[in-house]
Each structure stands twice: as structure tokens, then as C-alpha cells.
Design a protein around this ligand. Structure first.
Ligand code: CTP
Length: 414
């Protein structure tokens, strides 16, 4: 959520301006105070009243509008801003900002902004690829602007190529990445696993479970928004991978084992939210297994063998100062089973959730988790998976701090 945050949206003359209306609305729904600044040309594409209705704030176009409450509005807004995003940014506005020209409300305001600045170019492919525009974008990047790469696709001019402004959800993600959380995980490397695994039986069939990956994806997303370097090792899911993370896709428990253990030594924190299969078929048939003629009843027996326990391996090979967190999904004796896993796998924390509790478990937007460590148990109550993730990370950071204080070990914890 963006409660208490001030977001400035700069809109310049491009047909993509209509998408910024959805972005303004989405930001408002996140609780942000949204102010829209438009160039004179932008007003030909979308009416300022649209933005005023969506944000509840006056849409600013002219630096010398006599109806302002105070005449240095652009400076006042620039001071309050947590993030400024120019979207869509025309070749003209990119050129002006890159060369310090401030001749309207948008360009004077961004000139006075000290906060994080993002720019989303939107124009015809030939214009975008023109070396002048590319050079100007490089200049902006050198001045600390984050340039959002335009999408490739069908453009309003009829051409197909790079130059399309990304969809509002994508731009919202960029703003949330900047402004939703304090960057209290900056400098930390975190590996998260998510989703189910698939254990092949033949080229057609596999054994899996109901995990959707949502909890793990939420953890990875929140870690990234808090500034961590995140690797997400994920089994097959239908979810969009969280932006600003390195995503490694796997299918089987054996592949997950390889990808996780290979990266583990470099991690400060490992959170294993994946529902890894405990068994896989002993034989994987190269061809589709056919029914036998005349077969009836339960004649077929599927032979299974154990998969390697990734978390147990990580617990055994944990390097000093590394924080290891597992999940326990249970249908009975939740806390006892979770406590046993905490000990057996040498974990620092385990997040216990029960399939029997309303609002917890596979799928769904919420979870009900109890965080268990050697010293304490904290029930988080029912909350969204994102909130659950944020609370888990608060706890992990607090435990790391506590550990550092008691051990006095700069060498053991970052
Ligand atoms: N896990 C793992 N590798 C496996 C199996 C599980 O890393 N082969 C991890 C999961 O990612 C999760 C935790 O271990 O963090 C779950 O512990 P586990 O004891 O395996 O739970 P269950 O699979 O539910 O086991 P059981 O059948 O004993 O309840």
C-alpha cells in the first residue's frame, strides 16, 4: 500500500496518455496522494478533468495559472513527492528534461524533485530508435532517472516495434517497487522457493499437489520491494513472476534440489515455501503407459521412491549467519509437527499453516500462519499473503539483528 505517499505523474503528448488514467486510479486505490502534471500537448489526448476526478487533486498544466493557492506550487509538490513518474514521455519531453529545459509545470516540477524519478517513453518505433532520443535517455539514466523500457507491439501509428508504453499494472509495479516499503533488506541476498513440483510418470502424466505458488511469490515480491537481491526458484504455476527478481523455473524436486543447493552458499536468507513432492515414481516410462487389454480392478501398482529433502540438506550445510526458514502445511497436530520439522531440519524459523483453518492454505489471497522459532511462537492471524510475507520478513530481520547483537559477529551476520 502507498498510504501517506505522494506520487507525481507527468503526462506528455502521446496517445498512451489514456493508460495513465488507469495508473492514477490504481495508485489512488493503493492509498497514495496522486498529483498529475500535464504538458499542453497532453491535453489534446486526455482531458485534465479525467485525472482530477480520479485523483481528487487539481491537474496542473500551466506554471502561471493564477488560480493556484500559492504560486510556487511546483516547488511545494516537488518537495512532497516520494516518486515522480513521467508516463507517457514523448521524445519532446525526454529531450527537454535531459537538457535542463523547464518551461512548463511538468518540466519545472521534475527539475525541482529530489525523489526517485522514473520515465516511460512512448512513441513511434523510428522516433524511439533515433540516436537523439537514445542519447537523451542515456543522459537521463546518468542523472539517476530509471528509464522503463517500452514494450514491443502494435503501435497507434500502424507500425509494430518498440515504443509502446507498458500497461498500467506494470508501471504500478515500478512505483510500488520504489515506494511501498523502506529498503531495510538492501544488501541482502534472499532465495525463495515456491509452487509445487511435478514428478513425471511418463511423458503424459505426473504427480503433483495443490500448491499455487502464491505465498512464495508474495514473499519474493516483498523481499524485492524491501531492497533485497531475490532469486525465486519456482515449480510450475500460472502466476506472473514477480518483477525485480531472478526467476529460475524448475519442474521436479530433483531440479529444485540442484538449483537451490547450487545457489544456497551465496544467500543470507533462504525461505522454502515450495510444496516439494516427498515421493516420485521409481520408474519414468519413456513412452506413454498403456492400459492392458482385459485389465480390471486395481491391478496397477505405482512404485514410488523418496525425493531428497532440500530443506534438510540446507539445514545440514547452513553457513554461519545464514537464516533458514521453512514452511509446514499440516492437516492435524499443526504446531507439534511444525516444531518437529524446525528441530529436525535445523531451521531458524518455520511458518506453520493448516489446511483445516478457514483462510489458510493453498490458493486464495489470505493465509493464517504461526511463526515458530526455538524461543517463541507468534500467531499472525488471518491476513493477505503479502501482509503475511511482510510480517515474516519483519520477524526474520529482527531475529538476525538479535543474533548479531548476542553473537557480536559481524563475520557471522551481515
Ligand atoms: N521440503 C523440501 N524438500 C522436500 C520436501 C519438503 O525442501 N523434498 C521443504 C518444503 O519446502 C517446506 C518443508 O520442507 O519448507 C516442509 O517440510 P516437510 O517435512 O517435508 O513437510 P511435508 O512435505 O508436509 O512432510 P510430511 O509429509 O512429513 O508432513
Amino acid at each position: 500500500m502507498l498510504k501517506g505517499k505522494t506520487i507525481l505523474l507527468g503526462v506528455s503528448g502521446s496517445i498512451a496518455a489514456y493508460k495513465t488514467a488507469s495508473l492514477a486510479s490504481a495508485l489512488k486505490k493503493q492509498g497514495a496522494d496522486v498529483h498529475v502534471l500535464m504538458t499542453r500537448n497532453a491535453v489534446h489526448f486526455i482531458n485534465p478533468i479525467t485525472f482530477e476526478s480520479l485523483t481528487g487533486n487539481k491537474c496542473l498544466v500551466d506554471t502561471f495559472d493564477r488560480n493556484f493557492e500559492f504560486n510556487v506550487e511546483h516547488v511545494a509538490l516537488a518537495k512532497r513527492a516520494d516518486v515522480v513518474m513521467v508516463a507517457p514521455a514523448s521524445a519532446n519531453v525526454i529531450g527537454k528534461i535531459a537538457h535542463g529545459i523547464a518551461d512548463d509545470m511538468l518540466t519545472t516540477t521534475v527539475m525541482a524533485c529530489k525523489c526517485r524519478k522514473l520515465i516511460s517513453p512512448a512513441m513511434n518505433t523510428n522516433m524511439f530508435e533515433n540516436p537523439v532520443v537514445q542519447d537523451n535517455l542515456k543522459i537521463l539514466a546518468d542523472y539517476g532517472w530509471q528509464v522503463i523500457r517500452p514494450a514491443v507491439g502494435y503501435l497507434a501509428c500502424g507500425d509494430t516495434g518498440a515504443g509502446k508504453m507498458p500497461e498500467p499494472e506494470v508501471l504500478l509495479d515500478y512505483i510500488l517497487q520504489e515506494a511501498e516499503y523502506e529498503k531495510d533488506m538492501a544488501g541482502l541476498s534472499v532465495l525463495v522457493t515456491a509452487g509445487p513440483t511435478e514428478e513425471a510418470l511418463d511423458p503424459v502424466r505426473y504427480i503433483t499437489n495443490h500448491s499455487t505458488g502464491r505465498m512464495g511469490y508474495a514473499i519474493a515480491r516483498v523481499c524485492a520491494r524491501r531492497g533485497a537481491e531475490v532469486t525465486l526458484v519456482t515449480g510450475p504455476t500460472v502466476l506472473d513472476p514477480p518483477r525485480f527478481t531472478e526467476v529460475v523455473r524448475v519442474k521436479s524436486a530433483a531440479e529444485m534440489f540442484r538449483e537451490v543447493t547450487g545457489r544456497a552458499p551465496l544467500q543470507d536468507i533462504i525461505i522454502k515455501a515450495a510444496a516439494v513432492a516427498d515421493y516420485r515414481p521409481k520408474q519414468v516410462s519413456a513412452e506413454k503407459i498403456k492400459k492392458k487389454e482385459g485389465e480390471a480392478g486395481d491391478l496397477s501398482v505405482l512404485e514410488l521412491e523418496r525425493t531428497a529433502d532440500i530443506l534438510a540438506y540446507l539445514g545440514e550445510h547452513k553457513r554461519p549467519g545464514q537464516f533458514l526458514c521453512g514452511f509446514a502445511m499440516e492437516t492435524e497436530n499443526l504446531l507439534e509437527n511444525a516444531r518437529r520439522k524446525l528441530q529436525k531440519k535445523h531451521l531458524d524459523m518455520i511458518a506453520a499453516n493448516s489446511l483445516r483453518i478457514d483462510g489458510a492454505g493453498f490458493g486464495g489471497d489470505t493465509n493464517v500462519v504461526t511463526l515458530i522459532t526455538a524461543e517463541e511462537e507468534v500467531s499472525l492471524g488471518k491476513m493477505s499473503k503479502e501482509e503475511t510475507a511482510a510480517k515474516m520478513l519483519d520477524k526474520i530481520l529482527a531475529l538476525r539483528r538479535q543474533h548479531r547483537d548476542t553473537e557480536g559477529g559481524e563475520n557471522s551476520l551481515k
